[in-house]
Design a protein around this ligand. Structure first.
Ligand SMILES: Nc1ncnc2c1ncn2[C@@H]1O[C@H](COP(=O)(O)OP(=O)(O)OP(=O)(O)O)[C@@H](O)[C@H]1O
Length: 770
């Protein structure tokens, strides 16, 4: 008897214990065959408004292996309901269902999913194949969900298709198959995991008569040859001929139960086969091999903790994305736009910050205090930039007093000159600032770092790299030699762009047009009328700043020429450009410098010293102050920009949510199919979340690329048109990672609600969806 039992040791695929141990209730037990399925007093009620619909009323039935049982009855009689209850697709309202000895009415949702996956095969009236998968992929689906390795999946799917005469249709999609063929694929899928139970709900309902007969013959074969328990719901009396047993149902009750073939014969049929294991397919190995492999995953499944492989979910999600590529691209674009905006804005924030911080480094060491003739009128940090408030002139005397203040090490005048540089007929506007006096050059951090050339060279010119490039790039136009005042300049101006270094040692004419205080000191622009150009030799190139440098004595000469009048109007006539000794400007008027720098003895001296200088009526700015306020300002700017990008991302996320919600509605049937072949709720949720994550990741990558591209473009444009030396936009690795991470996170958050809605769908309802 044991060898006739379903689920004995020979049946590796069956995870459920087979010790049913129930004696026959309707006489069939006398045949010595134990029932695979026992229904005891099963009831099912539905509520429709206030109405109580009884779809199954006290149904008791035992179903045997090797038997094809037809359930017949009028529409609405409760046939499908009974089938769904047997297959664990729906819950009973009362009574008990024992399947292979286990009470499925008491199973938890996951156990029930495992039961459906491993013990039951479903065949539906409208085939319910996934239209975008090929026939073979459809057959592989339950195996994919059960974690059967790919080669075995394929081998078994092909064996089943061959068995049902569909070997040459394996790569066709359902739309390319006839109804009969599609239903045979559905039967093959139902048998993929070699289940002992095959439940078919009106499998011939959508078929013509001939195809209907073919399917019924096939189902009978599956019952008799494989020894499976096959239950077919139909209302077509024509097909009763294939049944071993006919159960008639009306109003949820069994009306009659008739054996058309003696149960013994069915039992004998079952006994001659090792149930569910032997496939009468052409491949002798395929049958036994596949169940064994399936069996490996099955014990886990029985325990209800079997996970649908993540790989399977990933594959399903990827195929879903591929199928609706247009929509996925659209949704991903939303994410991409949000991420791009965020990356661009944060990148610009970071670029500005690093540019300013780097620029600050060129302002001098932390011990330097920038002094302005204008007293600060409020605000902090950049207060010195405002050229307002009462003015205290920085005269040579005042400079000496500043240098003599307690805590001060030295003081020197500073100015920013707006100059026109000319070389080989090419003219370039440049901002030129002065170096400290040579006696202070050893003070750390005071001299800019040279990219090329070397210190020192009195009377020399250190060019900003961008200015050098501009001088060189104009060379093509300069060939005609308009105005080439410096006769010594020849060579490097040719058609091709030479490197900035090639300018070292070359002479450049510098014509000062006016001056202001230094960058931080601020101050009004004082124009200089008709200054005679000075020829200076280039001694070095600096990077990372837009300023070029001249020596202190040279700057002093210019300051005294322009500033001799005491600021305000244009300086004295151009004759004074040359070598007046410091402090003795033209017409005997005292010189006023536009700005100064006081170097403190130590960092600790900076604050008290700045205070003392302030008391003298000057404005002061320290690098320390600026660093602090800039860091604070940029934190705010960056956060603000990030928030704007974040809002874009939230909008994109909402878009994803809407699209996924629509997708859930659209794919209810697919969800139902997956549930029918054993996917758990959380597998469905995961499927949608993975799909969202895939779209989010792709959108994130695209967004990082687009944002990075836009940033690169912004850099190129500011370099081209604004001669910027600093990158406006930077994208550190963390920003790229953050962008992709946000893309994934936004879609996961947005996908959460639709995914859980999909997971909550009732399998039967889902399958009923159009
Ligand atoms: N989800 C549901 N909510 C409310 N009533 C339902 C639900 N499902 C089924 N019913 C009702 O239960 C009864 C039995 O339905 P069932 O589908 O099992 O009958 P059937 O015999 O399979 O009919 P048909 O041959 O038309 O498919 C019917 O009255 C039906 O309207």
């Amino acid at each position: 008897m044991s060898e006739t039992r379903h689920g004995n040791s020979g049946h590796d695929a069956d995870p459920l214990p087979a010790d049913v141990g129930v004696s026959g209730g309707d006489g069939a037990g006398a045949a010595g065959v134990e029932p695979v399925l026992i229904l005891r007093g099963v009831r099912k009620h539905y509520r429709r408004g206030s109405e109580d619909i009884v779809a199954a009323a006290d149904v008791s039935l035992e179903l045997y292996p090797g038997t094809l049982t037809c359930i017949l009855g009028p529409s609405g009689g409760g046939k499908s309901t009974l089938l769904h209850l047997m297959g664990g697709m729906d819950r009973v309202s009362g009574g008990q269902i024992l399947a292979l000895g286990r009470d499925i009415t008491r199973m938890k949702a996951d156990e029930l999913a495992a039961y459906r996956r491993t013990a039951v095969g479903f065949v539906f009236q409208s085939f319910h194949l996934l239209p975008t998968l090929t026939a073979r992929e459809n057959v592989e689906l339950p195996m994919l969900l059960a974690g059967v390795p790919a080669p075995l999946r394929r081998q078994r799917a092909e064996a089943l298709l061959n068995r049902f005469g569909l070997g040459d249709r394996a790569l066709h999609r359902p739309g390319e198959l006839s109804g009969g063929q599609a239903q045979r694929v559905a039967v093959a899928r139902a048998l993929a995991l070699n289940p002992p139970l095959l439940l078919a709900d009106e499998p011939t309902g959508n078929l013509d008569s001939q195809s209907g007969h073919e399917i019924m013959a096939l189902l009978a074969q599956v019952a008799h040859e494989d020894g499976r328990t096959v239950v077919v719901v139909t209302h077509n009396e024509e097909f009763v001929a294939y049944a071993d047993r006919v159960v008639r149902i009306r109003d949820g009750r069994i009306q009659s139960d008739e054996w058309r073939r003696p149960p013994q014969a069915a039992a004998a049929a079952a006994a001659t086969r090792s149930p569910g294991v032997q496939m009468t397919d052409t491949s002798a190995e395929a049958g036994p091999a596949a169940p064994a492999a399936v069996g490996r995953g099955a014990p886990e499944a029985a325990a209800g903790r079997s996970a649908v492989g993540f790989q399977a979910i990933l594959r399903l999600a990827a195929s879903a994305v591929r199928r609706r590529l247009g929509r996925a691209v659209l949704t991903g674009s939303g994410i991409a736009i949000g991420v791009a905006a965020m990356v661009l804005l944060i990148g610009i924030g970071a670029g500005l910050k690093s540019g300013v911080v780097r620029g600050l480094a060129t302002l001098g060491p932390l011990t330097s205090i920038t002094v302005s003739p204008y007293r600060q009128t409020g605000g902090s940090g950049f207060g010195g930039l405002a050229a307002s408030g009462p003015q205290t002139p920085i005269t040579p005397d005042a400079l000496r007093r500043l240098a003599a203040l307690p805590g001060a090490k030295a003081a020197y005048a500073t100015a920013t000159f707006v100059a026109r540089l000319t070389r080989s007929g090419t003219q370039v506007e440049a901002d030129v600032v002065n170096l400290p006096p040579a006696s202070l050059w050893h003070t750390e951090g005071l001299l800019p770092t040279l990219a090329a050339g070397r210190w020192p060279a009195a009377g020399g010119l250190v060019l900003a790299e961008s200015t050098a490039k501009a001088l060189l790039s104009g060379g093509t136009a300069g060939g005609s030699g308009t105005g080439g005042a410096g006769g010594a300049t020849t060579g490097a101006g040719g058609g091709k762009q030479a490197s900035p270094q090639s300018l070292i040692g070359k002479a450049v004419d510098v014509e000062v047009q006016g001056m202001t205080g230094n960058v931080l000191g601020g101050g009004a622009f004082t124009p200089a009328a008709s200054m005679v150009p000075v020829q200076l030799r280039v001694i070095g190139i600096v990077q990372g700043t837009a300023f070029s440098y001249v020596s202190y004595p040279q700057a002093l000469r210019w300051m005294e020429t322009i500033g001799g009048g005491g600021g305000g109007s244009a300086g004295p006539a151009g004759g004074n450009h040359g070598g007046l000794p410091p402090g003795q400007a033209g017409a005997g008027r005292p010189v006023a410098y536009p700005g100064a720098v006081v170097i403190a003895r130590s960092i600790d001296d900076v604050s008290p010293l700045a205070e003392r200088i302030g008391k003298l009526g000057y404005g002061t700015t320290t690098v320390q102050d600026i660093l602090k306020s800039i860091t604070k300002a940029f934190a705010v700017i960056q956060a603000g920009l990030g928030v704007i990008g974040g809002i874009a991302l939230v909008v994109a996320g909402l878009m994803i949510g809407v699209v996924l919600s629509m997708s859930v509605l659209e794919r209810r049937r697919e969800i139902g199919i997956l549930r029918a072949v054993g996917a758990r709720r959380r597998d469905i949720a995961r499927l949608f979340l993975v799909e969202a994550a895939v779209i989010g990741a792709a959108g994130g990558v695209a967004g990082v690329a687009v944002g990075g591209g836009a940033g690169w473009l912004a850099n190129a444009m500011t370099r081209q048109f604004a001669h910027a030396t600093q990158a406006l936009f930077v994208m550190p690795v963390w920003l790229a990672v953050l962008g992709i991470g946000f893309g994934v996170a936004a879609s996961l958050v947005a996908g959460w609600a639709p995914a859980s809605r999909a997971a909550r769908l009732h399998p039967v309802e889902a399958l009923r969806a159009d």
